[in-house]
Structure formats: C-alpha cells, structure tokens
Design a protein around this ligand. Structure first.
Ligand code: HEC
Length: 119
C-alpha cells in the first residue's frame, strides 16, 4: 500500500472513532425527549416565557431565546419552580410536579431549541 493510501485509511479510521464518540458525548449531556418536552412546555411554560420553537410569547419570565439557559439550569428551574410566579398569578406547575423523565424532556426541548449547534 502506498503512503497516500495509508494516510487515507488512517483518517477514515480516526473519523470512525471520533464521530460516534462526539455523538455519545452530546447525547449523554442532553437526555430526554424534546418532542414530549415541547408538548409540556406549550401547556406549562408558554404562558410566561417566550420561546420561538414552541410558538410561545409569554412575557412574565425571561425570554428563553435570549437567555439560552443551560440544560442544568432548566432542570433546576423546573424541579424547584424557581422563585415562583409573581404575586397574583396562578402557578401552572408546582415544585416536584414533574417526574424526572418529564423534567429531562422539558430541559432537552428548551436546551436544543436555544442551542442550534447541539442539534
Ligand atoms: C407563572 C409564570 C411562569 C411559568 C408558568 C414558568 N416560568 Fe420560568 N420563570 C418565571 C419567572 C418570573 C422567572 C424568573 C425568576 C425565577 O428565576 O424564578 C423564570 C425563570 C425561568 C428560567 C431561568 C432560570 C435561570 O437559571 O435563570 C428558566 C430556564 C425557566 N423559567 C424555565 C421554565 C420552564 C421550562 C417552565 C415550564 C415548566 C417555566 N419556566 C414556567 C415565570 C414562569
């Protein structure tokens, strides 16, 4: 085999190793089903938050398209309920209301739709 052929094989081999690794890494960071998360978001979060991917234009909480929260920040917020709704506003969910799987679904949806490169 000539040197170019060998170099080509080496590159292909490297790609074969690193591409699946990268995919595995990003999917282990963002777990959850964004399709399910979107449905929950529209019901429970859209009244207060703007997020284009959900067609949401709420103005009570921060604009999530602009905030681009980390996956972990969404998990924390949805698990704890944050500082709660402003006075006089009925909460759409309570701390501890969502199952761990639902929390991951919501966080996956919010994270993926505000971090296009993670898609
Ligand atoms: C009743 C209005 C309301 C609803 C419903 C609501 N939020 Fe919020 N959200 C807020 C307000 C107000 C803040 C800012 C104060 C705070 O952090 O609690 C906020 C903050 C946040 C933040 C930013 C936290 C940070 O780290 O800065 C995230 C992320 C978030 N909400 C996600 C969600 C998700 C996901 C849902 C649906 C499960 C949701 N919110 C439902 C009002 C709401």
């Amino acid at each position: 085999m000539d040197r170019i052929g060998f170099a080509l094989l080496a590159v292909i081999g490297l790609l074969a190793i690193t591409v699946p690794l990268a995919v595995a890494r990003s999917s282990s960071r963002v777990v959850g089903n964004p399709v399910t998360g979107k449905a929950i978001f529209i019901k429970k979060c859209a009244p207060c938050h703007t997020l284009k991917a959900a067609g949401a234009a709420g103005r009570v909480g921060p604009n999530l398209d602009r905030l681009k929260p980390s996956y972990a920040a969404v998990v924390t917020q949805v698990t704890t309920g944050g500082s709660g709704p402003p006075p006089g506003m009925k909460p759409t969910f309570m701390a501890g209301e969502f199952t761990a799987a639902q929390v991951r679904d919501i966080a996956a949806f919010v994270f993926i739709s505000t971090h296009p490169r993670a898609r």
